[in-house]
Design a protein around this ligand. Structure first.
Ligand SMILES: N[C@@H](CCC[C@H](N)C(=O)O)C(=O)O
Length: 276
């Protein structure tokens, strides 16, 4: 399935089993475009004792992430269409938190999903990012490869480094993305987003994802971008903000109660058997 071109191979662990030790290897094999299927990684949809459904995400390099916005919308679609849940609102457990999903079925099939992603974490230690201060990292001077940038850091259950640029076309995605991802100031690595503010209600977005590189979209990244833009006074809380990603649009709203809402598409590409 994919959400705005952020594509994962989903494995239904309500039906099948996969041993823990093989998960990173299988994720890498599936993601391989030449000898596998080709994807941004693998997502496991599994039974949970805390929610109706559980979700785990493995990046292209086999590393495990704690959350995935596009993956959550696709997991919600799959769970509803396959009878794992029967109500249109339900909870999904991730390694980061438990989120609320709402699907909008049309004759049994789901194209649009809204997720309440919960509250962002802003403290430096929650990102995590090294440094003495415990406060939020908002427009902090950040030097990398001799370039001085301004960093806003947001955790949406997974870590995001957000940088505002004048023109999204000139964002140093391929030059700085991989270097920032592995910067030792981020002990768990980081997802890197470049954002151009179009207006108070619209952002352009490009991402270098931890463990996967450039992808067409990142749901948690789009949430982090809107939170970062609000923290910098560039957009308002409680308003729908349209984020234009390479693969399409998401609507994100950081509400007055602190919750981040994400709405967008979820699509099936194919179903089948993977030979490993
Ligand atoms: N594409 C995702 C995020 C996937 C995990 C991320 N690369 C990480 O390691 O934190 C999304 O849609 O949020």
């Amino acid at each position: 399935m994919h959400g705005l071109g952020n594509n994962y191979i989903y494995v239904d662990l309500f039906q099948y089993q996969m041993d823990e030790a093989s998960m990173p290897k299988i994720a890498r094999a599936m993601a391989d475009v030449h000898k596998g299927i080709g994807s941004d990684g693998m997502i496991l949809i599994h039974p949970s004792t805390k929610a109706e459904v559980g979700m785990r995400i493995f990046n292209k390099d086999g590393s495990e992430g704690k959350s995935c916005g596009n993956g959550l919308r696709c997991t919600a679609k799959y769970a509803f269409e396959n009878g794992i849940v029967t109500e249109p609102t339900f909870q999904i457990e991730t390694k980061a938190n438990i989120v609320e999903a709402e699907v909008f079925p049309l004759e049994g099939s789901v194209d649009q999903v809204t997720i309440n992603m919960g509250e962002p974490a802003l403290q430096r230690t929650a990102i995590p990012m090294l440094g003495d201060e415990t406060e939020a990292v908002i427009r902090e001077d950040y030097t990398i490869e001799g370039q001085l940038l301004e960093l806003t850091a947001v955790s949406m259950g997974n870590p995001h480094a957000v940088f505002f640029v004048e023109d999204i076309q000139d964002a140093p995605l391929y030059d700085l993305g991989p270097v920032i991802e592995k910067d030792t100031r981020f002990p768990e690595g980081i997802n890197v987003e470049f954002i151009q503010v179009v207006s108070e209600r619209e952002l352009h977005f490009r991402v270098w994802e931890r463990g996967s590189g450039v992808t067409q979209a990142c749901g948690t990244g789009a949430c982090a971008a809107v939170v970062a833009a609000a923290l910098n006074g560039l957009v308002s809380r409680g308003k729908d903000i349209t984020v234009h990603l390479s693969g399409g649009d998401l609507v994100i709203n950081w509400d007055e109660n602190g919750m981040v809402w994400m709405s967008g598409e979820a699509k099936t590409i194919a179903t089948g058997v993977f030979h490993f």
